[in-house]
Design a protein around this ligand. Structure first.
Ligand SMILES: [Ca+2]
Ligand SMILES: [Ca+2]
Length: 105
């Protein structure tokens, strides 16, 4: 028996999920116990991983930006969260995009 695990979308990572039946958006039905590996991406800009964008996320991003130097290396998941425009680097553009996202919420 597999233990049930509840995860929010802000918890990124790989999850093995066993599914008894699944229906695709075009109506096809698949049955039978199959195991799938799902990769859940963390929420963009949610630096404190609380599931929402708040002023704290902007503050944390500003701290990372201020402390940025040539030796700074971000992990894949961290870079995914902080790199708002997906250009592979942390820049002032990412801060602007996060502030815009926060204002428009
Ligand atoms: Ca947050
Ligand atoms: Ca960027």
């Amino acid at each position: 028996m597999t233990e049930a695990v509840t995860k929010t979308l802000s918890d990124g990572g790989d999850y093995e999920i066993k599914i008894e039946s699944i229906q695709t958006i075009d109506g096809q039905q698949y049955t039978g116990n199959k195991e799938y590996l799902f990769r859940i991406l963390p929420m963009k800009g949610d630096l404190d991983k609380n599931g929402t964008i708040t002023i704290m996320d902007i503050r944390l991003l500003l701290q990372k930006f201020v402390n940025l130097d040539s030796s700074t290396v971000f992990g894949d998941e961290e870079l995914y969260i902080i790199d708002m425009n997906d250009d592979g680097i942390l820049s002032i553009i990412d801060i602007r995009l996060l502030v815009q996202l926060f204002i428009n919420l």
